[in-house]
Design a protein around this ligand. Structure first.
Ligand code: PMP
Length: 377
């Protein structure tokens, strides 16, 4: 099997699986229980919190566990609207956000908020100046992702947020860091974000766990109510096994981000080199992009057809993003892809386990597909 769908999800690493199993078997108590078993579970949660805080160069009290980045994004957005949105009715975002950001924002737009969607320019890139100039005194929230999940494009978040914080210190800056976390060096302070969303299953931890970083001094209000866990911000018994697995996965990556990044650069450059001379194949490039994600257009073959063709050959890719499930991607449209390109673009997303030989096999099978598949009119 050649797995090129790591932006959709990753295979949990050994260390993470071990931590999950251990917690399930021997550490299954409720971390809120006052007895020693509860204390043991609480210690596990605390340890993971410390590891995740360290990865962002933050204090552990700034980390709130959630069920994943979808929940973190919703919490960040609706909490901000609760704290500031009564008087400030404007939100600035981009046209290329993941649905877990774009859908809550759409809901708010339908319910009285003015939303500015900053759109990529002709080169498919977003200027920090466009984000900055969209913000004004009536803005409660700016929310931009760090790395686009469909193309790998890296947005100028740190630069934009630095200027925004200088001009409007009270505006809440939120960043969906899911596709950048533990893949690039993301530090809370250099990102200038008040709130940061991260997810476990994109970094070799289990599904169903994520976190929201909240900068010290930033007020967050809960959007669900219950037992008051996570300092009242996210009620619900903590998913100790998942949290243990999350911490274990981050711990493995802590000292190897740069090394893995280098390897990904080699893999993605190799893909570019090997496809350079293949007619009808384009790697869609940006001035800043994550080597973990490649957007590949194969002319005249529908992306879903190619996806299933490759699957038969044991190669797993994605058409757009896993979340868009075959629907034409609004995000790729916003990037300026024309209809024909939209229909023929797949996403490859890598992990450290991928090898150049797998790229060779991919290129070989794409050439076979070009020879075999019926062309769209
Ligand atoms: N944001 C981005 C950029 C993503 O790629 C994803 C996952 N596809 C999410 C948010 C949602 O993360 P989760 O699956 O943890 O809810």
């Amino acid at each position: 099997m050649i797995y090129f769908d790591n932006a959709a999800t990753t295979k949990p690493c050994e260390e993470s699986v071990k931590a999950v199993c251990e917690a399930l078997k021997t550490n299954w108590s409720n971390p809120s229980s006052l007895h020693s078993l509860g204390l043991k579970a609480e210690r596990t949660v605390s340890l993971s919190r410390e590891i995740i805080a360290k990865s962002l160069d933050a204090d552990s009290e700034c980390i709130y566990f959630t069920s994943g980045a979808t929940e973190s994004n919703n919490l960040a957005i609706f909490s901000t609207v609760k704290t500031l949105g009564r008087h400030k009715k404007k939100i600035v975002t981009t046209a290329i956000e993941h649905p877990s950001v774009s859908q809550p924002i759409k809901y708010l737009e339908e319910n009285g908020f003015e939303v500015v969607y900053v759109t990529p320019n002709k080169s498919g890139e977003i200027n920090s100046a466009d984000i900055i100039s969209a913000v004004d005194g009536n803005t409660c929230l700016v929310t931009c992702q760090l790395v686009n999940n469909e193309t790998g494009y890296i947005l100028p978040v740190a630069k934009a947020y630095k200027a925004i914080k200088r001009l409007y210190p009270k505006v809440i800056t939120h960043c969906d860091c899911v596709q950048g976390f533990m893949k690039m060096n993301v530090k809370a302070s250099s990102l200038n974000a008040d709130l940061i969303s991260i997810s476990g299953h994109k970094i070799y931890a289990p599904k169903g766990v994520g976190a929201l970083y909240v900068k010290k001094g930033v007020r967050v209000l809960p959007v669900n109510f219950g037992g008051g866990q996570e300092k009242g911000i996210r009620s619900g018994t903590e998913a100790v096994p998942n949290i243990a697995g999350f911490g274990a996965a981050v711990d493995v990556l802590l000292n190897s981000i740069d090394e893995r990044y280098e390897k990904m650069c080699e893999i993605s450059s190799y893909l570019c080199k090997q496809t350079e001379t293949v007619d009808g194949v384009t790697i869609n490039k940006f001035s800043e992009s994550s080597p973990y994600i490649a957007s590949v257009t194969v002319d005249n073959i529908k992306s879903e057809t190619l996806l299933h063709y490759l699957e038969q050959k044991g190669i797993y890719v994605s058409s757009g993003s896993a979340c868009s499930k075959g629907k034409k991607s609004d995000v790729l449209k916003a990037f300026g892809y024309d209809d024909k390109t939209l229909d023929s673009t797949i996403r490859l997303s890598f992990s450290h386990e991928n090898q150049k030989s797998e790229i060779d096999e991919f290129v070989k099978q794409v050439k076979n597909a070009q020879a075999e598949l019926v062309k769209i009119k």
